[in-house]
Structures are given as structure tokens and as C-alpha cells.
Ligand binder design. Structure first.
Ligand SMILES: [Ca+2]
Ligand SMILES: [Ca+2]
Length: 422
């Protein structure tokens, strides 16, 4: 009986125990799940930490921005390209900064701001030269080339002009040294040197001023040709010169022909006529033509008329009624075609007027004759002529009645072509 009781208790205990065990087992399972979850979280955290640590390590070894080159015509200050560091830029004298003065290396390993450049400062941009002066820009300074009438006068002893032809109408030629000392002032520790007009700073220490050779400077005509003919450099200025036979014009740039005929600067004799030409003059004398069967008489310095013919002298009546002489002065390379001369009949007789060009091959190469209206013919220059040259052409005007010639009038034109195109 007792044994049975014990057995019963034992089973009871077993039952009880088995229930507890199940509970314990449940408890343990829950713990295990929780533990595994924690473990997974831990692993995740460790992985995350490891990955972050790796990244940090990478950054630590390569945490600089790309190398920045200094701007052209400028410098970069600051060598560190690390994150958070700053570099600065300055430009060489005569250049100005375009863009930021400094740039910072950012966390993203890029530089903030835009790329910096140094731009050339054109001091002439503000048109600082007055009175028609031409501004010449140089690095960090400029100078003005004066218009002729504003040439700087220097008070040193006058030098003899190398080109006397030009001296008469020119302002007194400037003279003096080609190099002179500059005027320097020191302001807040900075030396600033200046030169008189017509000179530019030279030398390393800016203590000397050298004459600007305006002739050389404008040789290629960047600002228009300084002189029509020739330029003569002078200390502190320049002047224009002209070839013999010309004077420099009032503006100092151009050349004007001297009228030797009007100013009695010619050596023509009494029976000659003075013809003024560009750059010179000509003494001409009209001699009436010698033609068989006809005689001529001078009715004016530039005209010959046929003496009356005897009734039976047919050859005489067929000779030209008159010869007129005309002299033209033209410049070289005159543009063509152009009308050089007109011949008109005052009171034409007959039913027809005819104009034609006489003269040799030379005349036909350069001239042609056209009718401009019913009673007028014109001598045309058909191609430019390079001087110096003298060309001759003859224009014949014929009067006809039913194709029978009634009269012939010859106009001889002589053209003096100058050497220069002014
Ligand atoms: Ca000069
Ligand atoms: Ca002349």
C-alpha cells in the first residue's frame, strides 16, 4: 500500500516535474531566441562599426582636395590641400583677379567657389588721354601719345632739323635727350615714378624715362597712320616730314604741294608758261605745229589757229582749224575710270559732230574718248597711272555736213603724273 502511495506520489511528482520542465524549456527557448536576436543585433552593430571604421581609415589616408594650379599671371598662396584648409590667390602686377580670392577644401574633397583667373588690366580702357592723344597700354601703366599740335615742347637747345623740307610749317622740333630721369614719389612705402609726356618708364628700378619712338610704335598703323609720308622721331615727340616740293599741312600729318608758279619759286622764262604739278612744276612753251600746206598763228599762249587757206589749196582746208593745249597735274595712281577733260563745240556747224582720240599706243592704253552730250566729248582715263609720268593725248573734234568734213579742231592734253599719291 505504502509502495503504491509512493509510486503515486512519484508519478504525481513526475507529472508536476514534467509540467515544470516544459515551462522551464519554454523559458529557456525564449531566452535563447532573445539571446540570438541580441547576438544578431550585436553582429550588425559590429559590422556597421567595422564598415565605418574602414571608411574612416580610407578617408584618413586620402583626405585632400585635388591639386590647384596657380592662375596664369598670378600666384597661389597656401600649400595644404587638406579638408578645411584654404588657399589664396594673387595676380601679377598689371593683372586683376577674376573669381574668388580664396578657396576652401571641402568635406566632399572638392574646392568651393569658381576657378580663379588673372585678367590683364587695360589702363587705356577708360580713355585716359585727352586732346586726341592716343593711349598706349603697357603692363601696369600706360602713356599717351599726343596729337601733333599738343607735342610736348622741351626747352633745350634747338637741334637742326634733318629734313629741312618739312621744317617751315611744323611746330618747332622738339629736342633733348632720348633718356631722362623719372620723377619718383614715395607714398606709404610705395615708390611711384612718372615721366614727362612722350617718355615711358624704363629700367628695372623705374628711375629712367626713355623717349617713345612714336614712329616705330605706329609703324604698322594700329591707330591710323601717324604721317602721310614720313615720320621723324624726336625726344618727347615726333614730327611728320614730306618730300621735296611739299609742305607739311597745318595738322602736321599730311603733305601739301607747294605752288611754285604762284609763289615765284620757279625758273620759267618769259616765253614759257609755269605749270604747277604735284611735288614740282613744269615750264612749257607752246609752239604752233608745222604742217605742210597750212600755217598757224598763236592766238593765245595755249592756242594756235590756222591762217586762212587760199581757195584752191584743198590740203590746207583739210588741215586742223586749230590746236589747243592743255596741261593737267594729277597725283599718282588716280582712280579710274574718270573724266579728265571735256571738249565742247561752241557754235557747231554742219549736221554731225564727231569726237575721236588721236595719238599713239600709249594714249590708247590710258585714255578713251566718249561723247557726253550732243556737242561735248570727254577724255576718259581708263586705268590708273603710276607716277612719275607724263602722258599725252589728243582729242579731235570734227564737224561734218552729209559726211563731208567741214572743220577739225585738235585739243592736246598733257598730263603730269606725280610720284606720290598726295
Ligand atoms: Ca619720340
Ligand atoms: Ca608744285
Amino acid at each position: 500500500m505504502l509502495a503504491k502511495t509512493f509510486l503515486a506520489i512519484y508519478f504525481l511528482l513526475l507529472i508536476l516535474l514534467s509540467g515544470s520542465l516544459k515551462q522551464v524549456q519554454k523559458l529557456l527557448s525564449a531566452h535563447e531566441a532573445s539571446y540570438l536576436q541580441s547576438l544578431r543585433n550585436l553582429k550588425k552593430k559590429i559590422n556597421l562599426l567595422q564598415s565605418n571604421a574602414g571608411k574612416q581609415a580610407t578617408r584618413a589616408t586620402n583626405s585632400t582636395c585635388p591639386k590647384l594650379e596657380p592662375p596664369v599671371n598670378g600666384r597661389k598662396l597656401g600649400k595644404s590641400h587638406s579638408v578645411g584648409h584654404e588657399v589664396h590667390f594673387v595676380c601679377d602686377p598689371g593683372f586683376e583677379l577674376v573669381g574668388p580670392e580664396s578657396r576652401v577644401c571641402q568635406e566632399s574633397l572638392t574646392w568651393n567657389g569658381q576657378q580663379t583667373a588673372c585678367r590683364y588690366i587695360n589702363e587705356c580702357a577708360s580713355s585716359p588721354c585727352l586732346n586726341g592723344g592716343t593711349c598706349v597700354d603697357e603692363v601696369n601703366h600706360f602713356f599717351c601719345v599726343c596729337a601733333k599740335v599738343f607735342v610736348t615742347m622741351t626747352n633745350t637747345s634747338a637741334a637742326t632739323s634733318p629734313d629741312t623740307a618739312a621744317a617751315s610749317t611744323m611746330p618747332a622740333a622738339t629736342s633733348g635727350p632720348l633718356v631722362r630721369p623719372s620723377r619718383c614719389t614715395i607714398t606709404q612705402g610705395t615708390t611711384h615714378c612718372t615721366c614727362e609726356p612722350g617718355y615711358t618708364i624704363s629700367g628695372r628700378d623705374s628711375t629712367t624715362c626713355t623717349d617713345i619712338d612714336e614712329c616705330e610704335l605706329f609703324h604698322n598703323g594700329q591707330a591710323g597712320k601717324l604721317c602721310l609720308h614720313a615720320c621723324v622721331n624726336t625726344p618727347g615727340g615726333y614730327r611728320c616730314s614730306c618730300p621735296a616740293g611739299y609742305n607739311v599741312t597745318r595738322d602736321g600729318r599730311s603733305c601739301k604741294d607747294i605752288d611754285e608758279c604762284a609763289t615765284r619759286q620757279n625758273n620759267c622764262t618769259k616765253d614759257q608758261t609755269c605749270i604747277n604739278t604735284y611735288g614740282s612744276f613744269q615750264c612749257v612753251r607752246v609752239d604752233c605745229p608745222k604742217i605742210p600746206n597750212a600755217t598757224y598763228v598763236k592766238t593765245s599762249p595755249m592756242r594756235c589757229e590756222r591762217n586762212p587757206c587760199s581757195v584752191d589749196n584743198k590740203a590746207c582746208s583739210q588741215a586742223p582749224n586749230s590746236f589747243s593745249y592743255h596741261y593737267l597735274a594729277v597725283v599718282s595712281n588716280l582712280s579710274a575710270p574718270r573724266v579728265m577733260f571735256r571738249v565742247s563745240a561752241m557754235r557747231p556747224i554742219g549736221d554731225t559732230l564727231r569726237f575721236s582720240l588721236l595719238g599713239g599706243r600709249q594714249a590708247r592704253r590710258h585714255f578713251t574718248v566718249q561723247r557726253s552730250d550732243r556737242v561735248t566729248g570727254q577724255l576718259m582715263l581708263v586705268s590708273p597711272v603710276q607716277g612719275p609720268a607724263t602722258l599725252e593725248a589728243e582729242v579731235e573734234m570734227s564737224e561734218l555736213e552729209r559726211r563731208v568734213p567741214l572743220g577739225r579742231y585738235i585739243t592736246k592734253v598733257t598730263m603730269f603724273v606725280s610720284q606720290y599719291e598726295f
